[in-house]
Write a protein that binds this ligand. Structure first.
Ligand code: MG
Length: 162
């Protein structure tokens, strides 16, 4: 039997006026953006955690500490790139990944194609293996009040050469 591994990731960032909003590696025009040490890309952070979780390598905070000057304002796509190197180093490749973003506004549907394409490129897989959905929380809770953005991710990995 082939050695498959599944991982799950979850991330939240607070939103504040006048900051850039970057999700899935794409900058989205928005009145509010993420408060964060890095660029605050909750989608990519959740995905990194799903990949790391699949191979039990800890979490994004362990590999890229948010008190380190090295990661201040960093493009999270670079964090994803390094995470992919880590899982390749363990002998695994990505089978597929699925993500959900919870955000009241703006609507991110127009940007989903660009996000999938950027993520697939970094994961080194075809775009059809990367899924990204968006939902609101019907104005309920912190996402519904526009106070934050939430992202969920699952990823399936398989060991190479088996
Ligand atoms: Mg984060």
């Amino acid at each position: 039997m082939r050695d498959f591994r599944i991982g799950h990731g979850y991330d939240v960032h607070a939103l504040a006026p006048g900051l850039p909003l970057k999700l899935g590696g794409v900058e989205i025009p928005s009145a509010k953006g993420c408060v964060a040490h890095s660029d605050g890309d909750a989608v990519l952070h959740a995905l990194c955690d799903a990949l790391l979780g699949a191979v039990a390598l800890g979490d994004i905070g362990k590999h890229f500490p948010d008190n380190s000057a090295e990661f201040k304002g960093i493009d999270s796509m670079l964090l994803l790139e390094r995470t992919v190197e880590l899982i390749h180093g363990k002998g695994f490749s990505v089978v597929n990944a699925d993500m959900t973003v919870v955000l009241q506004e703006p609507k991110i549907a127009p940007y989903i194609g660009a996000m999938r394409s950027r993520i697939a490129h970094t994961l080194k897989v075809d775009e059809e293996r990367v899924s990204l959905k968006a939902t609101t929380s019907e104005r309920l809770g912190f996402t519904g009040r526009g106070e934050g953005v939430e992202a969920h991710a699952v990823a399936l990995l398989v060991i190479d050469n088996e």
